[in-house]
Design a protein around this ligand. Structure first.
Ligand code: B1M
Length: 221
């Protein structure tokens, strides 16, 4: 198979939610020396974007979106160790979760993989994470950064609820708060009082590293 055929196959099979074919093509891609990032950014993510566009137009419904998401998640599991190839975890601890009411996790998982690849120790609380759970986990793990993901306009207000819960627990100043997810913007992040926002996984890594440098500079000042 040519690289173009593999990428087209990954795009098409993700679109129709054919998980086994996506796994097979992902393995074929790796066997032929294709970079994991190429499969991710040139086929898998664009395919899910098309799934979203079809859902918006009413051509796809939740079941189609679900099987496409599952197909993508399967590929991500194969690519995970390659995307996250790293040495010791030394950069900092990042606590991550999708907010309460929201079950989307592919984007969050991708951010986690990239953070791990950059040397962060990532603690993933999963999806539908309630404010109390974030508070308890911050108390337990003492992360440098906590990340809230939200993928629906209806769940974005949970950022504010989470930040209020941190404040109430006396933890707000001990941790950097980052937010992200498809509908989130810098303006929204500023409005809810987050410290940082990033539009995608690699920008999250860049921003998180900047925060760690600032924290180190403060600690040694
Ligand atoms: Co949903 N869904 N979905 N869905 N879904 C979206 C998000 C939607 C945009 C589709 C659309 O209409 N175009 C739309 C939201 C509209 C809105 O509110 N603005 C939508 C809807 C409406 C819904 C339901 C309400 C549908 C319904 O039931 N009627 C429902 C809600 C369920 C719930 O959560 N309560 C629902 C359900 C689902 C499925 C379960 C079927 C499935 C989720 C599977 C899963 O995640 N395990 C699903 C899917 C697959 C999608 C789309 C098609 C794909 C999402 C995805 O994985 N994208 C999505 C359409 C789309 O995004 N174009 C859609 C790929 C991923 C790599 O990108 O998620 O943006 P993304 O993540 C990026 C960035 O956002 C960023 O980095 C990531 C990697 O680069 N990022 C961060 C993420 N977290 C970050 C944190 C950070 C920083 C950056 O700092 C902490």
């Amino acid at each position: 198979m040519t690289p173009d055929e593999i990428l087209k196959g990954l795009y098409d099979k993700t679109l129709v939610g054919n998980g086994p074919a996506v796994l097979e093509l992902t393995r074929t891609g790796l066997d032929t020396g294709m970079a994991p990032e190429t499969m991710l950014f040139d086929a898998l993510i664009p395919s899910l974007e098309e799934v979203g566009a079809r859902f918006e137009r009413g051509d796809f419904f939740v079941p189609e979106m679900l099987i496409a998401g599952k197909a993508m998640s399967g590929a991500l599991e194969i690519l995970r160790p390659l995307l996250a190839e790293t040495g010791a975890h030394t950069v900092g601890t990042f606590l991550m979760g999708t907010v309460k009411g929201d079950v989307h996790d592919i984007g969050k998982n991708l951010v986690n993989i990239m953070l791990e690849g950059a040397g962060f120790h990532v603690i993933d609380l999963g999806v539908q994470v309630a404010p109390e759970k974030f508070v308890a986990a911050i108390g337990e793990h003492k992360p440098d950064i906590v990340g809230f993901s939200a993928f629906l306009t209806t769940t974005m207000p949970m950022f504010k609820a989470n930040i209020n819960a941190l404040r109430k627990a006396g933890l707000r100043d001990s941790v950097v708060v980052m937010v992200g997810g498809a509908p989130v913007t810098q303006e929204y992040a500023d409005a809810v009082g987050a410290d940082g926002y990033a539009p995608d996984a690699s920008a999250t890594v860049k921003r998180a590293k900047e925060f760690m440098s600032q924290r180190r500079a403060l600690a040694t000042a």
